[in-house]
Design a protein around this ligand. Structure first.
Ligand code: SAH
Length: 276
């Protein structure tokens, strides 16, 4: 099967230009547009219609590779003022919370909008993300990050403290990335559809300890606590070995589901996730 349209850069596409020193530029391929770099100017009209993966050159003859960006590239490129969520954690969150096309998803706080971008990407044009934040400057930055990627239409940014609750009900999923989620579990419950997906990320075990009994007391079940360890390798085929350093800790991920019936019959605690 050949995919002629998908194989070449089209007008309006988001593209990634990579220099030999691995400097990455993200550009939207508008006709007549250009990218100015210290290695010369790259004209977008020269890129539109070119095959993805090809080498292109600036007017000074410097080489760039033309690629379609992946979500991971876009996330690491997010302009940030806060700690952002890392792709390793975001990937697992998207899968475990079933984030997919057409869904209504709530998150708080917006921060720099890294998770917001991933949620918006995954819910697609038919879905929607509602993102709460208390700091105006953070919301502004997130708005810019979303606009750069043309994802703004899928997201409503609200400048509201979630202490006062969420405006929405029956959301498919609610995710919290803020220091004290244990203070907002009743609000989360009111916004989530019965049996929906709740998740959050916390940097310390103390915060997790505070959260777990509150989840239990609010009738959340099927609780899972985990962390994601990611080790990169130096991709040298003669001397394949791990990189010397790794990011050892970002945060603990906690997932749980709100139940409608009382938990007088408790589901068994999942203490061993390895199926036999
Ligand atoms: N997930 C984000 C980072 C979030 S940083 C990303 O990937 O980029 C945490 C944010 O939560 C901060 O910007 C903070 O201002 C916001 N926040 C803290 N308490 C809040 C509350 N009660 N309601 C809404 N936002 C809150």
């Amino acid at each position: 099967m050949s995919l002629p349209d998908a194989a070449v850069a089209q007008e309006g596409d988001l593209a990634q230009l990579v220099s030999p020193s691995n400097k990455i530029y993200f550009v939207r391929l508008e006709p007549g547009g250009e990218l100015q770099t210290h290695r010369g100017v790259v004209r977008f009209d020269d890129l539109i219609g070119r095959s993805w993966g090809s080498q292109v050159s600036s007017h000074q003859g410097s080489i760039f590779w033309l690629l379609q960006p992946g979500l991971g590239d876009l996330l690491m490129e997010t302009k940030r003022n806060t700690q952002i969520m890392y792709p390793k954690d975001i990937g697992y969150v998207l899968i475990m919370m079933g984030i997919g096309p057409g869904q209504q998803v709530i998150e708080a706080g917006t921060g720099s909008g890294a998770l917001t971008i991933a949620l918006a990407w995954n819910v697609g044009p038919a879905g929607h993300v509602i993102s709460y934040e208390i700091r105006e400057e953070m919301q502004k930055l997130a708005r810019k990050n979303l606009q750069r990627l043309d994802l703004s239409e899928r997201v409503t940014l609200k400048l509201q403290d979630i202490r006062d609750g969420f405006d929405e009900t029956n959301a498919d999923a609610v995710f919290l990335d803020l220091p004290n989620p244990h203070g907002y579990i009743a609000q989360v419950r009111a916004a989530l559809k019965p049996g929906g997906f709740f998740g959050c990320i916390l940097p310390t075990t103390n915060q997790v300890e505070r959260l777990l009994p509150v989840l239990h007391n609010n009738n959340f079940a099927f609780t899972e606590v985990c962390e994601i360890l990611l080790r990169h390798y130096k991709p040298n085929y003669d001397r394949l070995r791990p990189t010397d350093r790794m990011i050892a800790h970002t945060g603990y991920l906690i997932f749980a589901r709100p139940m409608v019936s009382d938990l007088d019959v408790q589901p068994a605690l999942v203490e061993d996730n390895i199926s036999e």
